[in-house]
Design a binder for this molecule. Structure first.
Ligand SMILES: [Zn+2]
Length: 352
């Protein structure tokens, strides 16, 4: 019997093999357009269930589209909201580090891929003041900010190519909202395992793929026109398949759950209603947006003292800060990602 939440789609022969299992068989879930740059199918692998763009967005188009998206975010996010986000990430870093501390883990060397503002790792450093933090990004602006504001060690690169680290190893590797963007997810997970010390930890968050792809699927079902893709989510993870990929690559699960169910309650991931569709592509011009707004790049540079100048951090009472952060970022409901319900997957794995 076909459940309402199943994808009803035609079988296709993929243009590129699956990046986890190498299969070239799939079902076509949707068609999408990355800005005005590239048209791709969204295909689910029939063997391992990973959903990916097929063909993948080229490196050149990824660079252009990501630059345009980065500028669009700065333009559209009010300054107050940008500041709130930094504080939010700092608190989340504290909550995460505290959870490690309770497990008796004290990482000394930490590597974060795609650190954004760097405030998550800064929160970890609040709990573990002696830890050494290295961050890796491809955007110059991000590296500059992490070096100047947090004095982290910075590298230009991506988790797809780890040659730049030579023999360096880490106790903890962090990839928050990164895995959905990487071209070769199978390779990236092996790379991360290779960069960890024995019993090193890997923490990531990533969207629940079923919910994330649902709007594209519904758009294709109802309108048979390509959807608009402005942020380069190129992987949409299925909970069981992702878990298998990790365990096959030398990891054991410590924490693996989804949280935040409000979007599922609205029908994302199971209800066939046109109002859940994402917009049809209008081929927004990435080059034009970059040309018009490039001068805004890096407009918002906040000092750390200014961001952390709020009552709770001024108290300097560590137990109170821990309690407050936990209160702000505590998910009541934890679901098994293999059910593919929930907004985001939270994971902590240990290298076997
Ligand atoms: Zn596969």
């Amino acid at each position: 019997m076909v459940k309402q939440s199943d994808f009803i789609s035609e079988s296709v022969v993929r243009q590129e093999p699956c990046r986890i299992c190498g299969s070239s068989e799939g079902i076509k879930i949707a068609e999408t357009e990355f800005w005005n740059l590239q048209n791709c199918n969204i295909v689910q692998c029939t063997s391992c269930k990973l959903i990916q763009l097929d063909p993948m967005i080229t490196l050149e188009n990824t660079a252009i589209g990501c630059h345009a998206y980065y500028l669009k975010e700065i333009i559209e996010t009010p300054v107050l909201e940008q500041k709130r986000n930094l504080l939010r990430n700092y608190r989340r870093g504290i909550v995460f580090a505290r959870s490690l501390q309770k497990k008796g883990v004290h990482p000394e060397t930490i590597l974060e891929f795609g650190p954004g503002s760097g405030y998550f790792s800064a929160g970890i450093q609040f709990i573990f003041p002696g830890c050494r933090i290295t961050v890796v990004d491809i955007v110059d602006e991000v590296m500059k900010m992490n070096q100047e504001i947090h004095v982290f060690n910075v590298f230009s690169g991506s988790p797809e190519d780890i040659r730049l680290f030579e023999d360096r190893k880490f106790d903890l590797i962090i990839a928050r909202d990164i895995l959905e963007h990487v071209t070769d997810i199978g390779r990236v997970i092996l790379n991360i395992a290779a960069l960890l010390n024995p019993h090193g930890l890997f923490h990531f968050i990533t969207p629940n793929g079923k919910e994330d792809v649902w709007g594209h699927y519904i758009n294709w079902e109802f309108r048979k026109k390509p959807s608009e893709l402005l942020i380069n989510h190129v992987n949409y993870f299925e909970g069981a398949g992702l878990l298998k990929c990790l365990t096959d690559s030398g990891f054991s699960k410590l924490e693996y759950y989804t949280y935040q169910v409000k979007y599922a309650l609205r029908g994302k991931g199971w209800k066939r209603k046109e109002k859940l569709a994402v917009p049809v592509s209008t081929k927004q011009r990435a080059d034009e947006l970059i040309r018009l707004h490039e001068k805004n790049q890096g407009a918002q540079y906040f000092q750390k003292d200014e961001i952390l100048d709020v009552f709770i951090f001024r108290t300097k009472i560590v137990w109170l800060i821990n309690l407050y952060c936990r209160y702000k970022h505590h998910w009541l409901i934890h679901l098994d990602p293999r059910r593919n319900v929930g907004h985001e997957i939270h994971a902590l794995f240990i290298k076997k």
